[in-house]
Write a protein that binds this ligand. Structure first.
Ligand SMILES: [Zn+2]
Length: 580
């Protein structure tokens, strides 16, 4: 306990620095762990803790630890990559629902976990001049989307990108001295393989890109939680949240407080109001390439919120950096954080809004009744009307700013949000999802046409990937509020409005160490309780048992729950980091 509070006091400086940047618009060097990007290779083994009560090799005596030691090693490896250790984080809990259980409701599922069905994503390269038309490519190593950053460095002939965890995917690149004028990265939000394969006829043009280009088979996002801000930062930094810092939507800052990944409040969808250095400790390929070339390369992104900001990086917050273009949808129009990024005005004045797309979706099902599949065309960013508007805006930016117009490689990143949003609104198995995936397929075809016409067929590289898969219906929808209530009843006798758990998420619970101490409770006690927690326990007093679960009340909800400080032990007992 005292350790945590000491760290809170002594490590408050970075937030102060961030506040100064926002107030004065000045720039500073990166102040968190690694200003100059020292090599941070992923450890192949972690020292065993010898001071623990149980020997590291034999299965531990405690039941909750035995459960965790039975997790598949590849899950533990992904959790390890996604977990930033130390300080108050040692008291937070790692939560692994037993799939297909998930935190959410019986429509709105979450997708933050180490399971293959959430991890596996397309990793498609296309571009006649630079990509081998190799089709489906199997590698003898584990590819992740973090490999994109060093691959772009290879394409651009950029020797200044530091050695990090990821490896360049040279297997899909042509052997050429030429460099692309433009690399466009299109991330389908929630477009992991399980969502695409649920609707196999909805993406013929994406399939065509694999035939004419290459898909790196068995590619995964690489870290857990498989969630938008974390995985978008993987692909740009060439490493994982343990090292780049953007662990989830709610992130522990250095002072122990909980902030958003790119905003002061977790989940804030608007333009980022926070200095990205509060969470993001690694530079991106765009940050470094841009700075190394006196900010001559054009760097831009377009997304439905700030969660994807890690794709481009720090903008002007990086010493020697400039205000890259960041178009972030906020309250129906494109916005940015002008302290650190830029946004041309014409995106909101000269580019047609989504009204025409909404009308077209409405008419497409036969009659203009203001409805799509029996309901309004909303949420807009979860509908087929969103991708066409994103495209128009992106094309306007790329055309007017001159992306791909000269020989210095420019970088543009676009996030197609609609599949994820539709999945949360109707679930990935609902027919709305098919329309939405088809709209993204259309948009990507249109993007290829734009690139061919404006940059030239042999002059660009297009990458299509995704940030995670989606969770279909069928599992137990874990109620976080019921868990919080049960934890309060079980552990918290101190009446102060504060719980032993301060905040829950789909993959981690944020502890209140002070409150635990006041109640004489440890994170291990809470983990042990949750490990035995059943479907029956999770049904509120007096509530009806959901259909199909009548005979499953004794089933445990989680495969494992353990405190962050036990992660080294779980890594050791599963031998999770043993293979390369
Ligand atoms: Zn989502």
């Amino acid at each position: 306990m005292s350790e945590a509070s000491r760290r809170r006091r002594t490590r408050a400086l970075p937030l102060l620095v961030a506040a100064l940047v926002l107030a004065g618009g000045a720039t500073f060097a990166l102040t968190r762990s690694d200003g100059d990007d020292p090599v941070s290779p992923e450890p192949t083994a972690e020292p065993l803790k010898t001071s623990d009560d149980e020997p590291a090799v034999a299965l531990p005596k405690k039941a909750y630890l035995r459960d965790a030691c039975r997790l598949p090693p590849k899950w533990v490896k992904r959790i390890h990559r996604g977990w930033a250790p130390g300080g108050i984080r040692d008291y937070d809990l790692v939560i692994v629902p037993a799939p297909p259980n998930y935190m959410g409701t019986f429509v709105n599922t979450s997708h933050s976990a180490p399971y293959d069905f959430l991890q596996k994503v397309p990793l498609i390269f296309y571009g006649e001049g630079f990509v081998e038309p190799a089709g489906r490519v199997q590698l003898d190593r584990e590819p992740t989307i973090a490999d994109l950053a060093p691959t772009y460095a290879e394409l651009m002939g950029f020797g200044g990108f530091p050695e990090r965890t990821a490896t360049a995917l040279t297997e899909v690149l042509k052997d050429t001295e030429e460099t692309p004028k433009l690399i466009v990265t299109a991330v389908i939000d929630g477009g992991g393989w399980n969502a695409l394969e649920e609707w196999p006829d909805a993406w013929p043009r994406i399939a065509g890109l694999i035939d004419e280009g290459a898909n790196v088979e068995e590619a995964i996002v690489g870290s857990s939680p498989s969630i938008t801000p974390a995985t978008h930062t993987n692909l740009s930094t060439g490493t994982f949240p343990r090292y780049h810092g953007v662990t989830a939507i709610a992130v522990r800052a250095d002072d122990g407080s909980i902030v958003g990944s790119f905003a002061e409040v977790p989940g804030n969808p608007g333009p980022a109001v926070m200095d990205p250095r509060v969470t993001m400790t690694k530079t991106t390929i765009a940050d470094l390439w841009d700075r190394a070339n006196d900010n001559e390369p054009l760097v831009g992104m377009l997304a439905a919120g700030n969660l994807q900001l890690g794709m481009i990086g720090h903008g002007a917050a990086l010493e020697g950096g400039d205000k890259d273009i960041a178009a972030i949808l906020s309250r129906g129009e494109w916005a940015t954080n002008p302290e650190l990024y830029s946004l041309p005005e014409y995106v909101n004045t000269d580019v047609a809004g989504p009204e025409g797309d909404v009308e077209a979706i409405d008419r497409a099902d036969g009659e203009a009744d203001g409805k799509w599949k029996g309901h309004a065309v909303e949420p807009l960013d979860g509908s087929p009307a969103f991708a066409p508007w994103e495209n128009r805006t992106m094309f306007a930016i790329m055309e007017r700013e001159g992306f791909g117009a000269d020989d210095v490689t420019d970088l543009f990143y676009v996030n197609y949000k609609a599949p994820d949003k539709a999945g949360h609104t109707w679930n990935m198995v609902a027919p709305e999802q098919e329309d939405v995936i088809r709209s993204v397929d259309d948009a990507i075809a249109e993007l290829v046409d734009w690139l061919d016409a404006n940059v030239g067929g042999e002059e660009y590289v297009l990458v299509v990937t995704a940030d995670h898969g989606q969770t279909p219906l069928g599992g137990w929808a874990i109620s976080r509020s019921e868990i919080s209530g049960d934890l309060g009843r079980q552990f918290d006798g101190v009446e102060n409005g504060k719980g032993v758990i301060g905040r829950t998420s789909a993959s981690s619970f944020f502890s209140n160490p002070d409150e635990m101490e006041a109640n004489g409770v440890t994170p291990e006690d809470v983990s042990s309780f949750l490990s035995r927690y059943t479907i029956g326990d999770n049904i509120p007093e007096g509530a009806e048992i959901p259909e199909g679960f009548e005979n499953r009340l004794d089933e445990r909800i989680f495969d494992a729950v353990f405190p962050g400080r036990k992660l080294p032990k779980i890594v050791a007992c599963t031998n999770a980091l043993a293979e390369g």
